[in-house]
Design a protein around this ligand. Sequence first.
Ligand code: NAD
Ligand code: TYD
Length: 336
Amino acid sequence: MKLFVTGGAGFIGSEFIRQSIAAGDSVVNFDKLTYAGNLDNLVSVADNPRYSLVVGDICKAADVAEAMPEKCDAVVHFAAESHVDRSILSAEEFVLTNVLGTQVMLDVARHRKAGRFLHISTDEVGGDMEEDEWFREESPLEPSSPYAASKTAAEHFVRAAARTFGLETIVTRTSNNYGPFQFPEKLLPLAISNALEDRPIPVYGDGLQIRDWVHVADNCKALRLVLEKGFAGDTYHIGGGDPMTNLEVLHMLLRIVGKPLSLLTTVKDRPGHDRRYAVHFGKITRELGWRPETTFEAGLTQTIEWYQDNAHWVERCKNGDYRSYYETQYSPAGRG
Ligand code: NAD
Ligand code: TYD
C-alpha cells in the first residue's frame, strides 16, 4: 500500500509506520513535530527508501496538498493534540489541530483522490460509563474533557465527509495505548520513569478510575487490518479487554520493578475526570477476527524493560535533545 500518515512521529503513529515499512508498504509521514513528535522513534526506518518525512501542519491545506501524492491507497490520520491535562490548561491547540486539522485532511484527501481515510479516534468520545455499561460503536458520544470534545467534533466531520462527498472513511476508537516510545507525560511512561528513579508517582484523586489498556503493537495490527478489510463508512472499537483501576495498574507496575508502594503520592484530582471507560470491541473480533494478543501484565513487563534499556531515549525527551534534529533541519534558522 501507498500510505499518507499524519502524526507519524508520535507514539502510536511511529509504531504504525514501523509495522507498515516492515510489511512492505510505502509511507509519507506528514508531521508538524510538536513537542510530541520525536524523530528518535523513527530511527529504524529513517533511511528506508519507502519512507519519507514531510514536516508540516495539517491545518495548512496547501502544504498538505503539496505533500500528499495523488491517489494514495489511504490516508491514516493520527495527528492530534492528545493529552487531556494539556487540553484542560488550554483547549485552543486542540480545536485547531484536532478539529480544523481533521477537516483540512478530509478536504485534501478528497481532492487528491485518496482511496481510504482512516481516522484514529478514542474511546474518550463516549465519556464516563456507568457500572456494567459498555461503550459500543453505536453508543452516544458524550465527551467530558476539551480533548475528548475536540476528538468528537472531528469524528462528526469525518462522518459528514463520507455522507456529503462520498469519501471512503473508517473511524477507529481505541482505548488507552501503552508500550515503547510513549512520551513521559501519560500515566504509564511517567510512572515507569519515576519508579525507576525512585521519584514519587502522582495519583489523581482516589486512583479508582478505570481504564482499558491495549498494547500499541496490538492496536496498530488492528488498524492495519481495518485498513485492508474494514467496511467503508464503519466505526471499529479496539481495546485490550482488561479494564483496571489506576491503583491496580500502579501496584502491578511497582511489584514488577520491585519498588515500594510508598512512591504513590495522592495529588488533586483532574477536573471532570472520567471514572470509567469500558470499550466494547466485539465487532472487530466478530467481523475481522482481531483480538489483542498481549496480556496487560506481559505487555507492562516488556514496556518496563524497554524503558530500562532505553534510558537514553527518556533522557533526551526530558532534556529536550530529541528536538535537536528538528531545530537544525527544519526551524527557520536551520533552513537558512
Ligand atoms: P502523540 O501525542 O504521541 O503524537 C501526536 C503526533 O501528531 C506528534 O508526532 C505531533 O508532532 C503530531 N502533530 C500534532 N499536531 C500536528 C499538526 N497540527 N500537524 C501535523 N502533525 C501534528 O499521540 P498518540 O498518543 O500517538 O496518539 C495518536 C492518535 O491516536 C491521536 O489522534 C489520539 O487522539 C489517538 N488516540 C491515542 C490514544 C493513546 O492512548 N495515546 C488512545 C486512543 C486514541
Ligand atoms: P492518561 O495517561 O493521561 O490517559 P487518559 O487521561 O487519556 O486516560 O491518564 C490515565 C489515567 O491515569 C487517568 O485516569 C488519569 C490518571 N493519571 C494519574 O493518576 N496520574 C498521572 O500523573 C497521570 C498523567 C494520569
